[in-house]
Write a protein that binds this ligand. Structure first.
Ligand code: UDP
Length: 250
């Protein structure tokens, strides 16, 4: 079920879908946008983009607002409204990431699933593909444009339609454990899992809908710690960092 062999790494991807949670945009236990954190992420993205790997980033928004949590704390808001607020939060993050990446000399395009012509291009699949082919980092904000799901679903959806080789899910932990390692220091770390293992053990890799979509289409997912310098670069160079989830056949 698990393996630590470096031979189990992914072959070098040509195009990756990087899913960044909003929590990477601020220090631990904080909220909002800290440009120090964003610049740190941007530097890693620029480094990889300049090595020739095509990068589409799906931006989260949890550092600002998550729809389900906001609804739970505020009975006067409709749940759909809260989710749209969450989608707008991802646009705020996307704008910050765009400037941070471009300040480091790398061209980008910000595309939103919710049309917002004054600040970003609308998401059009074929246009996004052209941007990627031209070496621009494509930042995808606004999630799927539909409420009641999270940006994990957007990541699965965009990875499939943009024909990414892998979803790289950047988190604040080293990968997937049998339990929360903060609550149980003896939790088992998995360096490799099949989709079936993850489902059988009820391990939350992504939202269940997003995960099912990846499993159905055999889209590999690598979960890794973005706070460790060079992890992103190592992952695209074919090194095994974090946890890889994929079909047993690969
Ligand atoms: N959201 C949505 N539809 C989408 C993507 C996101 O309604 O397609 C909303 C949802 O409320 C979500 C919020 O936007 O909680 C912010 O996204 P997410 O929670 O995925 O951010 P992350 O946890 O990755 O920072």
């Amino acid at each position: 079920m698990t393996s630590n062999a470096s031979s189990s790494s992914l072959s070098r991807p040509r195009r990756v879908l990087l899913k960044i949670s909003g929590e990477s945009f601020c220090p631990e236990n904080d909220r909002g946008v800290s440009m120090d954190s964003v610049n740190h992420l941007a530097a890693q993205i620029v480094d990889v983009a300049q090595s020739g790997v095509q990068i589409a980033v799906v931006m989260g928004g949890g550092n600002i607002l998550r729809g389900a949590q906001f609804k739970a704390a505020n009975s006067s808001i409709q749940e759909a409204t809260a989710h749209y607020m969450g989608m707008l939060a991802t646009v705020i993050n996307g704008l910050a990431l765009q400037d941070a990446i471009e300040a480091q000399g790398q061209p980008t395009r910000l595309m939103t699933a919710l049309p917002m012509d004054v600040v970003a291009e609308p998401y059009i699949r074929r246009r996004a593909q052209r941007h990627l082919e031209k070496g621009r980092v494509v930042i995808l904000a606004g999630g799927t444009g539909s409420p009641f799901v999270t940006t994990d679903t957007a990541a699965a959806q965009r990875a499939l339609e943009l024909e990414a080789d892998v979803i790289l899910k950047a988190t604040k932990v080293d990968g997937i454990y049998s339990e929360d390692p903060k609550k149980n220091p003896n939790a088992t770390f998995y360096s490799e899992l099949t989709y079936e293992d993850a489902i059988r053990q009820n391990l939350r890799v992504m939202d269940s809908e997003a995960f099912a979509k990846c499993a159905e289409h055999n889209m590999p997912i690598m979960v890794f710690n973005f706070r460790e310098p060079d992890n992103f670069k190592k992952a695209v160079q074919g090194e095994h960092v974090g946890t890889i989830v994929r079909s047993a056949k690969n």
